[in-house]
Write a protein that binds this ligand. Sequence first.
Ligand code: LLP
Length: 425
Amino acid sequence: MEEQTFSRPFHHPRPGAPLSCDGVSLESLARKFGTPLYVYSARQIADRLRMFQKSFASREHLVCYAVKANSALAILKLLAGLGAGFDIVSGGELERVLAAAPEAVGRVVFSGVGKTAAEIDRALKAGILQFNVESEAELALLDLRAKKLKKKARFALRVNPDVFADTHPYISTGLREHKFGIDIRRALTIYKDAADSRWLEAHGVSVHIGSQIRSAAPFGAAIGRVSKLVQQLKREGITLKAVDAGGGLGIDYHGGSFDAMEKACEYAEALQNALGDFDGRLLIEPGRFIVAQAGALLARVLYVKRNGKKTFVIADAAMNDLIRPALYQAHHEIVPVRPRAGKARIVDVVGPVCESGDFFARDRKLMRVEPEDLVALLDAGAYGMAQSSNYNSRPRPAEVLVEGTKARLIRRRETMADLLAPEMV
Ligand code: LLP
C-alpha cells in the first residue's frame, strides 16, 4: 500500500462532503459513539513508524515509541506488531506494555527522573532492554535492586548535553538548568565507577533534548557530543552497545506542506552523520511524530454566543479532554465536519469548563458553525487523551481506531460510576 506521506488522514472525500478519517465518516462515528470522541487512523500510525524504520534501514536500530504520547493499549499492540519497542517513564506504562504486548518487553527502555525501587524491581523482573538512568543516586539504587534480585541491569546514563532546542520552555529538556539527565562532563567517571559492579552492565548512553523540535540540527549537535563520549569510553575499555537519541521530532500543527517522510529522512541523516563510525544499535524514542497527526478530537457545538464584540463557539469538549492549548499555548487546527456555505467568522472556540483557560482557539477565523454541528480538532493524537483528566467531574472521552473502512471502539466512554468508584462518603 502506498504510504501517506502528507500530514493527515482527515479529509473531505469530495468537495462539500463531511470530513472522514481514512474510509470512515466522522458523522457516523459521532452518531455511534457520541462526542467528545478521539478518533485515530491505524494506517497513519503504522506509516509513521515505518518512515523511521525505513530512514534508519541502513543501520541496526530500534524505534522505541514513547508510550506517554498516547498509551492506548490498542495502539501499543499495533506498534508492537510492527516491530516497535517502547520508551516508558513509569511502572504504569510498563504495565500497559505488558498488557498490550508482553512479547515486546525485551524492547523496552525505561526513562524518567524519579524511578522508585518498586518500579525498578518490576522492570528488572520483566527483563526490559535498558534503564535510562538520570542520576548517580538512581544508579546506586539500580545496583542494589539488581543485586537483591540477582538480575543483571543493563543501563544507559541519560546525559544532559547542554544543547539548546527551540521549543516551548515546558518541553525543552537538554540544558544544564533542566532537571533531566546527568552532566555529560561527569558521565565518564560514573561509567568507570560502575564497571566495578557485578550487577550493572553499561549497555548504552541516552539523551533527550526536548519535544516538538522542528529542526534536525539540535539532534545532530546532541548526538555529536554523545559520540565523543562513546569514543572516550571505548578508549577506556568500555564499549557501549547502544546510543539512545531520545524523541522530540516535531510536526507541523498548522498544516501546509509538511512532508513527514522528508522530515524523518532529514532527522535520520543528522543522527547518522553525528554518530560517525559507531557500529552499535541506535535507539530512538519518538512519540508525537508517530501519533499526533493520526488523531483528532471530535466535538459537537453546543452554543454559539456573542459577548460584546466576541463570538464564542462553545463545544462539548473541554480543556480536561485536550489541555495543550491551555498549557502550552498550542495551536490545533479546527475543521467543521460538514462545511456550511457562508462567511468565515472570527471566533473563540471554548469548552464548558469553568476557567478562562478553557479554550481551543482564540480569535480564530472559522467557517460558519451552528449548534449541533460537529468540529474536529486536528493533530490531537499525541498528548491529548494521555493528558486528559476528570476536571469538573467530566468523564473522559471514548476512543476509536479506524482501520481502513472500519472503526472500532478501543476505549469506552467513562461513566459517572467509573468516576465515583474509588471514593467513599
Ligand atoms: N523520550 C523522553 C525521555 C521524553 O521525555 C519524551 C517526551 C519523549 C521521548 C517523546 O517525545 P516526543 O517524540 O513525543 O516529542 N505534553 C507535551 C509534550 C511533553 C513531552 C515530554 N517528553 C505536549 O503536549 O507538547
